[in-house]
Design a protein around this ligand. Structure first.
Ligand code: GEK
Length: 241
């Protein structure tokens, strides 16, 4: 279904939540709003194939409708890994379970409704946060990354995709404009773009590109890099030595 949540003028634009109305249009919304989303999702599957380990768990934190989970499930060895998807939106989790169960696979998948900060991460070979850290309060991000790092096995990988800002204002403005043009080209009107911006500004706080790289190194990842970027969106990897 097409996302037209912000197509009509709203007297008061409420803070964005991942409720039932968002679930209905989510695949269209994320595809038309996040440059490079499909490439990132399919590459997450390939990275999971590279980094899976025998008898380990793969986590998809903020799994929404399970796009990354389903991508990884295609690539990993059914006898080696199980996948746990976590999301704190009941509406997302309910629909995610339907999505996951509508494809046949031998890889065990469990979808859990919980806050990421409350779950245990253990025996992990792969942990994915695909555009989710930006919704976690900024003061909680370092501790969450420490928890992920300590739950990973040696040789395990953390894949982190985010929207980001740049310290260089000129670069930041240019890449932001490219993103706005991407949304316009995908059919979002100026009204939709501006109402969505108001809805999301208190909910999604974006860190800088450099902050992400520095934080991944600071929590202990031995190998850190960005591996994909399209405008002001992209993805990083941290590999535990
Ligand atoms: C994808 N990864 O399609 N605990 C659990 N879930 C959370 C929390 C939290 N504290 N905060 C937010 N979420 C997906 C896309 S969407 C990104 C991820 C976007 C969940 C929230 O309910 C939502 O489903 C997801 O994180 C973010 O590959 O919409 O821009």
């Amino acid at each position: 279904m097409r996302d037209n949540i912000y197509a009509s003028p709203q007297a008061e634009v409420k803070d964005f939540t991942f409720d039932r109305s968002v679930v209905e249009v989510f695949p269209d919304m994320i595809q038309r709003s996040v440059p490079g989303y499909s490439t990132i999702v399919s590459s997450i599957g390939q990275l999971a194939k590279q980094y899976q380990q025998p008898n380990s768990t793969i986590y998809d934190l903020g799994c929404s409708l399970g796009a990354a989970t389903i991508s990884m499930r295609k690539f990993v060895d059914a006898n080696a890994c199980n996948i746990i998807g976590v999301d704190n939106s009941e509406a997302m989790v309910e629909r995610c379970k339907l999505h996951v169960n509508s494809f046949k696979s031998e890889v065990p998948v469990e979808i859990i409704c919980a806050d990421i900060k409350d779950i245990e991460i253990a025996n992990a070979s792969v942990v994915v946060m695909n555009f989710t850290l930006q919704f976690i309060p900024q003061e909680q991000r370092l501790d969450l990354l420490k928890k992920i790092y300590s739950g990973l096995k040696p040789g395990g990988i953390f894949i982190l995709s985010e929207k980001f800002i740049f310290d260089d204002v000129k670069i930041n403005d240019s890449l932001n404009e490219l993103h706005l043009d991407f949304k316009r080209a995908n059919g979002y009107s100026e009204l939709e773009i501006s109402q969505k911006r108001s809805a999301i500004e208190n909910v999604m706080k974006v860190d800088s590109f450099q902050t992400h790289l520095d934080r991944l190194s600071n929590v202990g990842f031995g190998h850190v890099s960005s591996w994909y970027q399209c405008f002001n969106f992209g993805s990083f990897i941290g590999i535990k030595k």
